[in-house]
Design a protein around this ligand. Sequence first.
Ligand SMILES: [Cu+2]
Length: 455
Amino acid sequence: MRDRLMNHSINRRQFLTIAGAAATHGALRAAQVQRKTADHTLRIEPIHLELAPGIHVPTMSYNGQVPGPILRLREGVPVSIDVINQSPVPELVHWHGLHIDSINDGAMEEGSPMIAPQERVTYRFTPNPSGTRWYHTHTEARDNLSRATYTGQFGFLYVEPKYDSGSYDQEIFLSIHHWGPSLVPMGPPMNALDVHYKYASFDGRLMSASEPIRVRQGQRVLFRLLNASATEAVTLALPGHRFTVIAMDGNRVPQPRSVETITMAVAERLDVIVEMQSPGVWVLGSASSDDRAKGLGRVVEYAGASGTPVWVDPKATDWSYLDFANAFSDSLPAEEIPMVFAPVATAADKLQSWTVNGKSYPDTPALKVQQGRRYRLVFTNASGEFHPLHLHRHSFEIVSIAGKLCSGLMKDVVNIPPYSSMKVDFVADNPGKTLFHCHQQLHMDYGFMQLIDYV
Ligand SMILES: [Cu+2]
């Protein structure tokens, strides 16, 4: 894979040499003509996103839209995706939740190449496993909140399973994002800076400016939901209705269950079925009135119904992975790798730095694993914040949450609550550098990362 992707850059350089005096832009266009077309093309390009009439935010997008196009790929069928960087900074695209090689995975720390401005790279991989995945930039923002996952560089990547299952009448993809970020003091005891936002949206539109989701009584609607916020977890409700959670991070849950509210940490996905049995006009929205006021909602309108959309606060917003996992242990012996997450003492009004086992990236030593072995990451969150922990190129199974044993729940992001513990197992079955990090952009940019490497 390294060869194929690298060969392409070499060919492109050679072509540019041959093209000589041709302007970069023209050469790129000529290069596009001379080569075979990839299966999909993403152009990273600036836009002024219209969140609502009169409300525009300048941001970076894929193909001039937010979210980027839904890439529907097929499990086990090789795909090529051209990415052309028309932004002013080096970029790359991470294919989140896929078990692919390090060079194509799209993380600089794993050795994936950066795409210089006006350059192009062709990513080639075989999508696996099936389910609701996504793609997004994997760059650093630090205190520049116009970069990285603060932008509109995200989209759904749905991998069609070899065998489809389940029935539904409508399939609706909805992505969550927050806009207009600014740094504000957190207040005691942390005092460090935190990010606040002006707007929050489904699919890049505020509720006030969105077309309703139109349904009919008796329909089963499948929502594929993605939290593409840079930093914020979100809890959603749809008054008069319940969500049956069938998949987390694209993987079927062992215990599908119907719940009143669903919670998604940064980078998590949920597939939920809603039975439309309560005619009316409703608000599917954030349980937080603040987020709803910022625009995070969508009207659900039954055929023939009219009137003001109805919102009712949910009775409770409890959320536990345990409700969807098997309530027994079923795991094989695994080698334990302890990981303790802690903040670094930080001066007031500065950005908080983070450590894994006492070291901040890039000083964190790479963890060594052997192909074919099973490992248990033993997480201890020694901080007062949630952390959406993400493992690249592998899925893991949650085997323990705060001492409660469980099995069968496969994920690629897990949100660890403050001052708590969690254990997840993974099989080292995909050799190559593998990044582990907190997906909260402020945390990953300030040290919350560690590489895992195969010996
Ligand atoms: Cu974090």
